[in-house]
Design a protein around this ligand. Structure first.
Ligand code: NZQ
Ligand code: ZN
Length: 389
């Protein structure tokens, strides 16, 4: 196990009716805020009215910016920065999913910065301060509610890039599983795929002696695997929704990374898919992850066999651990298909047209590699896209 520092500063307020506390939680930081949200799901569900009422009762002045798209865009971030600067706003409240939260985090980091906020994503600069961000979460998926990352798409060239910086942790996250009852099945399964990917990115490591975090990863994966079909069968199953929501946060708040080096190659490979084709991040991951596994499993067959046995209950064949490892990859793929996720590019109507371009963008035209479990160069990335066709 490696040395580590673990500090996750996000206050989690979890459970039924917790959105009513948003006014009081926000007031601790500000009485003039930007309320940032997406395309209208919070209005249809009635959440918007409840949040607004709580903010009004706390005497908070509210400016609004809606219209965040899945795969959130830089242009709206820049609009948000202008609104905050023009009105002396010093707090952003994100009500929605990963896209709304990431857009909020980027506005918050951009307001005090003199240059172009895209500098943070291109690597030209790093945030040294940020406005505080609060969250009311409506979809368990990205884990952004207590992560130190944001992912933004620059429409100028369709670059989707991530930024990781400790100033990006939200100050609080209100998580009421009831708010996820209205999720369309497709969003529930894409969220599940993203959560599982966050765990597997951490699980496939070269770090030795990480038994405890291995076991935490396996338990978190099994919780998602068991509860997603329950939520699909009965969208208002509070118990199932609560398990998925909390597991989704734990999957990405860095607890599962403690003492180990994660991979993150599949995320880098997927981001090029959702940048060019604007597909849901979770759908892209369901396609990329099994292909990545088939490409790299020989690097550590034992780890893949452990994954197969402990997560998917595959019988451990000591005489043929490769067979055990491959059965685990098949089990993952079958599970994705069984809940309705695409597992091939063709199922998302994606053909060979942009594979070369995506492999270039993913590796800076071959100037750097992605992933840590196995370092993948441009050719490797291209081969993984081909395996996923
Ligand atoms: O826009 P609205 O109308 O709100 O609809 C949203 C959106 O269409 C809808 N939705 C959300 N909650 C709902 C609901 N519909 C009905 N009822 C509800 N309760 O769901 C759609 C998807 O929302 P989105 O925020 O895009 O989903 P998600 O949370 O999966 O976020 C995806 C984004 O997060 C990034 C992804 O790359 C992608 O851009 N990620 C961010 C990370 C981070 N910051 O740490 C890590 C992840 O790996 C990921 O890359
Ligand atoms: Zn993800």
């Amino acid at each position: 196990m490696n040395n580590f520092i673990f500090k996750n500063p996000t206050k989690i307020i979890f459970g039924k009716d917790t959105e009513h506390s948003v006014g009081n939680e926000t007031k601790i930081f500000s009485n003039k805020i930007l309320l940032h949200y997406g395309g209208g799901s919070i209005k249809r569900s009635g959440l918007y009215d409840r949040v607004k009422k709580s903010l009004d009762e706390a005497g908070i002045e509210v400016f609004e910016l809606s219209g965040v798209l899945p795969n959130p865009r830089l242009s709206l971030v820049q609009k948000g920065i202008r609104i905050c600067r023009d009105n002396g706003i010093n707090f952003i409240l994100a009500v929605g999913g990963g896209s709304v939260i990431d857009s909020s985090k980027t506005i918050a980091a951009g307001v005090p910065y003199k240059g172009n906020v895209w500098d943070f994503f291109s690597g030209k600069a790093a945030p040294t301060e940020s406005l505080p961000v609060g969250v009311v979460l409506t979809i368990p998926a990205a884990g952004s509610e207590s992560s130190n990352s944001a992912v933004i798409t620059n429409e100028d060239g369709w670059f989707k890039k991530g930024l990781t910086n400790d100033h990006l942790y939200p100050v609080f996250a209100i998580m009421n599983p009831e708010l996820t009852f209205t999720l369309p099945d497709y969003q529930t399964i894409c969220g599940a795929s993203d959560i599982m990917a966050h765990i597997m990115e951490r699980y496939f490591t070269n770090t030795k002696d990480v038994e405890f975090t291995d076991r935490l990863c396996e338990a978190t994966l099994k919780t998602i695997i068991d509860n997603v079909p329950r939520a699909l069968k009965n969208p208002a199953d509070y118990a199932a929704r609560a398990e998925i929501m909390w597991a989704g946060t734990i999957a990405h708040n860095n607890l599962l990374s403690t003492g180990r080096v994660g991979d993150w190659g599949s995320h880098a490979i997927e981001h090029e898919l959702s940048a060019i084709y604007d597909i849901a991040h979770g759908a892209g991951l369901a396609i990329v992850f099994p292909a990545w596994m088939k490409y790299v499993y020989k690097h550590d067959i034992k780890r893949f066999a452990q994954f197969a046995h402990r997560v998917w209950n595959v019988e451990y064949n000591v005489f043929n651990i490769e067979e055990t490892a491959l059965k685990g990859i098949s089990a993952l793929e079958s599970y994705y298909a069984s809940i309705g996720l695409p597992v091939r590019l063709s199922q998302a109507n994606i053909d060979e047209a942009h594979l070369e371009e995506m492999a270039d963008k993913c590796t800076g035209s071959g100037t750097y590699t992605v992933g840590n479990f196995m370092k993948l160069d441009r050719e490797d990335v291209f081969n993984i896209y081909k395996l996923a066709l």
